[in-house]
Design a protein around this ligand. Structure first.
Ligand SMILES: C[C@H](O)[C@H](O)[C@H]1CNC2=NC(N)=NC(=O)C2=N1
Length: 98
């Protein structure tokens, strides 16, 4: 299946089982994470930006001092796709490495 095909509810539930820090909000998945401080938060955003360019898939990112909130959805598909799950895993990795 193409990475840009909209996932079924069952596929989303199965995908999120492997991404316990993410929650579904309608046609998006969301994660909030607290980092060590503002410079770390900005560094994580830099790593995520590189992954987003690599995958051509871009999260909405809210920065509040050292807390980051990421929202993923595939606008072109009008919902969630495998790209959102892949990007969520990359964001998790960037946070672990921070
Ligand atoms: C032309 C380019 O491939 C599209 O605009 C991409 C870029 N990044 C994107 N990011 C996200 N989250 N959803 C999209 O549909 C999307 N589309």
């Amino acid at each position: 299946m193409s990475k840009s095909t909209r996932l079924t509810d069952d596929q989303i539930t199965a995908g999120l089982a492997a991404l316990p820090d993410w929650t579904r909000e309608g046609e998006a998945i969301v994660r909030t994470a607290e980092t060590a401080g503002f410079p770390t938060a900005i560094a994580v955003v830099g790593v995520v930006a590189e992954a987003a360019e690599e995958l051509d898939h871009h999260p909405d990112i809210d920065i509040r001092w050292r807390t980051l909130r990421f929202v993923l959805s595939t606008h072109s598909a009008g919902g969630l796709t495998g790209l959102d799950l892949t990007m969520a895993a990359r964001i998790d990795q960037a946070l672990r490495d921070a």
